[in-house]
Ligand binder design. Sequence first.
Ligand code: HEC
Ligand code: HEC
Length: 307
Amino acid sequence: MNDQIQMTDFSSDFWHWFIIIPTVAGIIWCALLAWQNSKGPKTTTEETMGHVWDEDLQEYNNPLPRWWLNMFYLTIIFGVVYLVLYPGLGKFKGVLDWTQRGQYNQEIDLADARYAPLYDKYASMTFEELADNADAMKTAARLFSTNCALCHGSDARGARGFPNLTDDDWLYGNDQAAIIQTLVNGRNGVMPGWEQVLGEDGSWAVAEYILSWSRDPINPDLLEKGKQHYDQLCAACHGADGKGNQALGAPNLTDDIWLYGGSHKAVVKTLIEGRNGVMPAQKELLSEQQIHLLGAYVTSLNKTAKQ
Ligand code: HEC
Ligand code: HEC
């Protein structure tokens, strides 16, 4: 595996010694203290330290119990052995050369080796075959919750700015090639801001016009003006009929499904500020086979949602 997890680099020697000196001094101090206390009378005596609390509570001057001292020595030895074997003393890596990153990568490699035959089998199946395979979909659901749910939600229904993957509205299309392309290389929807061109009034007029495709207009007087702006500025990307363009990721504006909210206010905000949705590329994060399986999962979500 590559070096995915970077560890803190103690770049200056100051921090190196800042850790080593107090740690080693602390261990030596503890050892001396224990040794000091193990000397003296081996048997219990009646002699007291001369302290009295609560009128009659006194402290005898007796040696520490042997078992307790031995435990103390054992912890000191454990600490020393640990610091020799594992990283802990400043930049010293420990003689075992163990790292968190190494262990993580080892576990990932193990998992990869274990699941590789399974993924290979899935990779040779079509999306339809995979969607009908309960085991495959279970594995895919797990992959989805680790890698995708953060943004698209654990039920894949999305949130503002993150598309719902269970409905029939697709920014970039849902055929196999489009989904794979979305996952492998990511997507970046670029909706320019129109504040300079339309201003506040123009934006309300265009919002009124595009919203009239899915609901009754609030202010019909604005429609004519809105249509003019739309035909001139927006039709190139969203289409003259407002049905969008999947090659650009320009959403269908007529279906009343809104990535960024469908109130007049939300649409005006979209128009004035623009929007820039980013679906991160997965090719560095997931294997080709995992992406194939997830692609099948995404298309299957749509079918299950309709049942
Ligand atoms: C960091 C957040 C984030 C993560 C993680 C993420 N996505 Fe996305 N995804 C987005 C955004 C944002 C978009 C919309 C991009 C746009 O607006 O152009 C998107 C778009 C998509 C689309 C296109 C939807 C359409 O309508 O065409 C699919 C399919 C998709 N994601 C699937 C996935 C899968 C599967 C995963 C897990 C491997 C995943 N995403 C992980 C944020 C994310
Ligand atoms: C260069 C192409 C382009 C032009 C021109 C353009 N848009 Fe967009 N528009 C997009 C893209 C791409 C998105 C999706 C942004 C994203 O995924 O983050 C979008 C998103 C939107 C949204 C958000 C839809 C939702 O579901 O929330 C609205 C509303 C919108 N555009 C309206 C307009 C209007 C009105 C105009 C003309 C004033 C316009 N657009 C001009 C490409 C364009």
